[in-house]
Design a protein around this ligand. Structure first.
Ligand code: C2E
Ligand code: MG
Ligand code: MG
Ligand code: MG
Length: 280
């Protein structure tokens, strides 16, 4: 009967839900353990100047070196970390660790690139970002002028976050603010005028079908033109082919990152890249 079928479906749904909740709780417990046991790692993805093809920055991307499961990408634990608030501990750890590492490189003469660090909305709501950044740059000696914080459009749209106040305070310290995954959020362009920003990162979704997809090409050109007239830098994410890079060069996009040049790599490998560029 329909009723029995409904009950069966409910039972199935309930079991699935329990499984999901249990999986989440398991990840949460393991993640707490991971933070305490130094199982997190920062990988670095180089960012390039579009016209000179030299390294101008590095995005810090967290990885979890799980003792039995291997290197786990953030997609598997950042959402849980977000939902449980663990993201504050992880985010602060990433900020500290990356600033420490980059300060060491700068001291060795491998210097003057921008370090980009991702911030989650939770960190804005529940943590004192400005205080954390001030403490971290003071402790590590990493210059705030070389630090860029990446936030998504959702953070700007969250009414509980006074982003204008926080960005203003951070920028007064020299820190730059970039909008990550630009174009995938609510796409309210009003905030480009309202918020004190420094850079836009065009989401990979607009880049992947360049140069053939004429809609994506039009959108990319429009974002670059808009960014430049608002005096913002613009970086293309997820550049995988020479054809995409050629398009971006002709379009005067400032910077890019992507598998064409390099995925996110270990600190050791990134150091080799910097040395190969003869920055030392
Ligand atoms: P994101 O900040 O937009 O980072 C870019 C993602 O695209 C990275 O994935 C990077 O490895 C990947 N990527 C770069 N180039 C290419 C390419 O050419 N093709 C393709 N297909 N992918 C490319 P990853 O490292 O897995 O990170 C995923 C997301 O996890 C990040 O997206 C960011 O939202 C989040 N995340 C990573 N680290 C942190 C962190 O420390 N804090 C916070 N709050 N979020 C983080
Ligand atoms: Mg990012
Ligand atoms: Mg992104
Ligand atoms: Mg993303």
């Amino acid at each position: 009967s329909a009723k029995a079928e409904g009950r069966a479906r409910y039972k199935f749904f309930n079991q699935e839900l329990t499984k999901t909740v249990r999986a989440r709780l398991e990840i949460e417990a393991e993640l707490r353990h991971a933070i305490q046991n130094n199982e997190l790692l920062v990988y670095y993805q180089p960012q390039y100047d579009t016209s000179s093809n030299t390294i101008v920055g590095a995005e810090a991307l967290v990885r979890w070196a799980h003792p039995s499961k291997g290197l786990i990408p953030p997609i598997y634990f950042i959402p849980v970390a977000e939902a449980t608030g663990l993201i504050s501990a992880i985010g602060n750890w990433v900020l500290n660790s990356a600033c420490q590492q980059c300060a060491t490189w700068f001291a060795q003469g491998l210097r003057d690139f921008t370090l980009a660090v991702n911030l989650s909305p939770y960190q804005f709501l529940h943590g004192d970002i400005e205080q954390n950044v001030a403490a971290t740059t003071a402790k590590t000696g990493f210059p705030a002028q070389h630090l860029e914080l990446e936030i998504t459009e959702g953070t700007l749209m969250d009414r509980e976050i006074d982003a204008i106040k926080i960005f203003t305070a951070l920028r007064a310290r020299g820190v730059r603010i970039a909008i990550d995954d630009f174009g995938t959020g609510y796409s309210s362009l009003a905030y480009l005028k309202r918020f004190p920003l420094d850079a836009l990162k065009i989401d990979r979704g607009f880049i992947s079908d360049l140069p053939d997809d004429s809609d994506d090409a039009a959108i990319t050109l429009a974002i670059i033109a808009m960014a430049h007239s608002l005096k913002l830098n613009v970086l293309a994410e997820g550049v995988e082919t020479e054809a995409q890079l050629n398009f971006l060069q002709e379009a005067s996009c400032d910077f890019y990152q992507g598998y064409l040049k390099s995925p996110a790599i270990s600190a050791q490998d990134f150091e080799q890249l910097l040395k190969a560029e003869k920055r030392l």
